[in-house]
Design a binder for this molecule. Structure first.
Ligand SMILES: [Zn+2]
Length: 231
């Protein structure tokens, strides 16, 4: 049983397989620029995308450093965050990471994301999604550091959504992160897009939670910080 749990936990994706929207079609440029999410900072170029990934990582590290400090624990950042493009190009143990997803791999203590998929969602939904994505995967890294192994995948996933909510809410409250008007809508749409298919049984190995469950878990952490996340 232990070995099985460990195997399940090796690879924690952002979404269950098959639950994601098709690979983002190149966003219609007219909707991309008139979208309210494209403020002055914009969410259109690969450079902006790369900068947001980097910034999300930095803010997450600062956040968890603070949380660990407060508890008198030593914090070790996740070792690496990097992109991939092809199915199976990145391995986590024996598993290849699938396209259209992102993952924390405890075996290598890294976060990796399909850059074409993530950039597509970034263009369609907005920059807030990148903070959620990084926040969620970073939360899996924190779970690994705290030795948290829930019985079901869905519990592990909804807790990570709650922790991502706490990270974004607390960082906004401490002004480490400034949320633009429209960012909370972007977050809700982002969570919606990674919700499980309604036919997915909650106890399935890959279950992450329905869109409603994921939005609720995120919102609880966002409003009430980590105390809402049952750590
Ligand atoms: Zn996850």
């Amino acid at each position: 049983m232990r070995a099985r749990l460990a195997a399940v936990l090796t690879l924690l994706l952002i979404a269950g397989c098959g639950a994601l929207p098709p690979p983002a079609e190149p966003a219609d440029p007219t909707t991309a620029v008139t979208d309210s999410s494209s403020g002055p900072e914009g969410t259109d170029t690969p450079e902006e995308f790369a900068a947001d990934i980097k910034s999300a990582q930095t803010v997450a590290e600062r956040y968890w450093q603070k949380v660990f400090d407060q508890q008198g624990k030593r914090f070790q950042p996740v070792s690496e965050v990097f992109p991939y493009e092809r199915d199976g190009e990145v391995k986590c143990g024996r598993d290849g990471l699938p396209r259209n997803n992102a993952a924390y791999c405890s075996a290598g203590d890294f976060i990796a994301y399909d850059v074409n998929w993530a950039f597509g969602v970034f263009q369609q939904i907005g920059d807030a999604f990148i903070y959620y994505l990084l926040g969620h995967e970073y939360a899996h890294g924190i779970q690994a550091r705290l030795g948290i192994q829930k019985e079901f995948t869905i519990q592990q996933e909804l807790q990570a959504d709650c922790m991502a909510g706490a990270f974004i809410g607390d960082s906004a409250r401490s002004r480490d992160l400034s949320l633009d008007k429209g960012d909370t809508d972007e977050l809700a749409r982002g969570l919606e897009s990674v919700g499980d298919d309604p036919g997915q049984p909650w106890f399935a190995e890959g279950a992450h939670g329905t869109a409603d469950q994921r939005i609720n878990a995120f919102a609880n952490g966002y409003q009430d910080s980590l105390q809402a996340c049952d750590l």
